[in-house]
Design a protein around this ligand. Structure first.
Ligand SMILES: Nc1ncnc2c1ncn2[C@@H]1O[C@H](COP(=O)(O)OP(=O)(O)OP(=O)(O)O)[C@@H](O)[C@H]1O
Length: 256
């Protein structure tokens, strides 16, 4: 569980996160959504410890990040798996080497142990037969699977995903979303996903936080978001043409 208490972060005179609180439960896919520039990335980076908040606290399973000394902060960061936008794989490493990399960085495992553990997660994300391929030799969807496998190889308690669907076709995006959700439940991870994708909201939105100009303007789940009377959230939800058409069809049906 990650608790956010009255978090504020600014750069110079500009305050980007304007003092809000929320709680991200474990075993749930927690989504952060909002218009471009609303502060989603700054929020994610602040939770990751990459930005120091001006005030407020991020509390990881009861422990405020700001109370930790440098060594404990490092230990905590090792418990965070990260899926970067665009996968960020090492081009010159095979799938297996990419996935085993965090174990080389953060553990004292022998090479044979690292390979064994890497293959457990390779099986989990259904990447069998791709072990010795390079990222350039596999599809975008498979590259995402590698990124997810690399993020969970060290058994993280927390998983942060930045736009995990970007660049994928809708079908593959849904498969990747569901893989993240299954892993979240299976390993009881606190997962936080930064996304623009309304399909993700509908598919895996267990808890959705809507940021607007640095404020937390709304939070709820994937069914509540379609019933909210918050106009900004509704505009965001229906900003895609497809959703707009579905809504208009529903409204005209209701008026008959
Ligand atoms: N390091 C920084 N220094 C100064 N301003 C910053 C910095 N990082 C972000 N900002 C500003 O904070 C605001 C929010 O940016 P952020 O990247 O969090 O938005 P976002 O919601 O993630 O947008 P997008 O959906 O386009 O990625 C923007 O106005 C941005 O210019």
């Amino acid at each position: 569980m990650i608790e956010v208490k009255e978090i504020r972060k600014g750069f110079g005179d500009v305050e980007v996160l304007k003092g809000f609180s929320t709680t991200f439960q474990k075993g749930q896919t927690n989504l952060i959504i909002g218009q471009s520039g609303s502060g989603k990335t700054v929020f994610l980076k602040t939770m990751l410890g990459l930005h120091k908040p001006d005030s407020g606290q991020i509390i990881y399973d009861g422990t405020p990040y700001s109370n930790l000394d440098e060594e404990d902060q490092r230990d905590l960061r090792e418990q965070i798996g990260m899926v970067f936008q665009g996968s960020a794989l090492f081009d010159s490493m095979t799938v297996e080497e990419n996935i085993a990399f965090p174990l080389k960085m953060f553990t004292k495992m022998k090479k044979s142990e690292r390979i064994e553990r890497a293959n457990v997660v390779i099986d989990r994300v259904n990447l069998e037969n791709a072990n010795h391929k390079l990222p350039s030799e596999i599809s975008g969807g498979m590259q995402k699977r590698v990124a997810i496998a690399r993020a969970i190889v060290n058994n993280p308690k927390y998983l942060f995903c930045d736009e995990p669907n970007s660049g994928l076709d809708p079908n593959t995006a849904t498969i990747i979303d569901n893989l993240i959700r299954e892993i979240t439940i299976e390993y009881d991870i606190t997962t936080i996903i930064n996304t623009h994708d309304m399909n993700s909201v509908m598919e895996i939105g267990d808890h959705i936080v809507y940021l607007q100009k640095g404020h937390l303007a709304w939070e709820g789940d994937k069914t509540q978001i379609f019933k909210t009377d918050n106009e900004d959230v509704t505009n965001f939800v229906y900003s895609s043409n497809l959703f707009k058409m579905v809504r208009e069809a529903q409204l005209s049906k209701n008026s008959i």
